[in-house]
Design a protein around this ligand. Structure first.
Ligand code: GUN
Length: 296
């Protein structure tokens, strides 16, 4: 059997179109334009590409984009002052501080200074606690994107066995919380799990977010399972640079029922969900109903 390939590019385009339609209606009905502020400190090349893409996508769906590019030697008090000014700016519904920050800045302090209702990354400690206790929160973009794709493929996830490989605060832990919220039976596994292959073979839904290139091979996959590959690893093969996931695609695709490729799977969903979160934050700030299908 060869798996159905879940096309993240097509799905992300649908999500962005839904966001755009909501933004158009917000403007027409209420005169409101959602605004997303992105803060970049320093000149890390990968971060510059991310920030450029975020700006272009934000403008494309009709939101206001506020970019703040600060020098690498920006002081912590200056960055905190900027975050506080964005917190109190009514044109800004959503704030993202691009990570990683230069080493002299305390990332936790900066993130926890963002107004939690504007924290589109869902990294603020209040949002982590709200998600963990099943309350309304801002949800990290990558796990939200995975959840949307799983709901689209399966309909209800209730009762399915889900195994999340990886325990990061950005993907693994919030992913597990979201799957629990949708009534899956959830196991969090990681690089130190005993007989990881056997644990993974119990999964109807297998989410790989462990950060190790092609670690999850076909023999880890239960026949017919849905495999979501969050990994983005740059490797060199045959003298060429290549992007691979945490799943060994060629062997897993022969066993799985459905699978996300790398590139073109989870990746494109992250920015689409960032826009969805910015829209959700704007609706909540204005006491308007949340956009259907775009939240956890
Ligand atoms: N750096 C790489 N990915 C992300 C992300 O999703 N959010 C933030 N804030 N920084 C990042």
């Amino acid at each position: 059997m060869t798996a159905t390939v879940i096309d993240g590019k097509v799905f992300a385009a649908k999500v962005r179109a839904q966001v755009q339609a909501h933004v158009t209606k917000l403007k027409a009905d209420h005169g409101i334009q959602p605004g997303l502020a992105v803060v970049l400190v320093g000149e890390d090349p990968a971060s510059q590409v991310y920030v450029r893409n975020k700006h272009a996508s934000t403008v494309e769906v009709g939101m206001a984009s506020f970019e703040h590019r600060l020098p690498v030697d920006t002081s912590e008090p200056d960055l905190l002052a900027l975050v506080k000014s964005l917190n109190s700016d009514p044109k800004v519904n959503a704030i993202l501080v691009q990570l990683p920050l230069p080493a002299h800045l305390n990332s936790e302090l900066i993130i926890n200074t963002i107004d939690p209702t504007k924290d589109v990354d869902g990294f603020h400690i209040s949002n982590v606690g709200l998600l963990g206790t099943g309350q309304k929160s801002m949800v990290p973009c990558t796990p939200l994107g995975c959840l949307m794709m799983l709901r689209d493929h399966h309909g209800s996830l209730a009762g399915l066995n889900a195994v999340v490989v990886g325990r990061s605060s950005i993907v693994g832990k919030p992913m597990a919380q979201l799957l629990l919220g949708d009534s899956c039976t959830v196991t969090i596994a990681h690089s130190r799990t005993k007989d990881l292959a056997a644990v993974c073979r119990g999964a109807d839904i297998l989410v790989a977010a462990v950060g190790r290139p092609e670690m999850i091979t076909g023999d880890f996959v239960k026949p017919g399972a849905t495999v979501i590959d969050v990994g983005i690893n740059r490797i060199e093969r045959d003298g060429k640079n290549k992007l691979v996931g945490d799943v060994h695609y060629a062997s897993a695709v022969e066993v799985a029922g459905a699978i996300t490729p790398v590139p073109g799977g989870v990746g494109p969903m992250t920015i689409a969900c960032l826009l969805a979160n910015a829209l959700t934050a704007c609706c909540r700030a204005n006491g308007l109903p949340e956009p259907e299908g775009l939240t956890a």
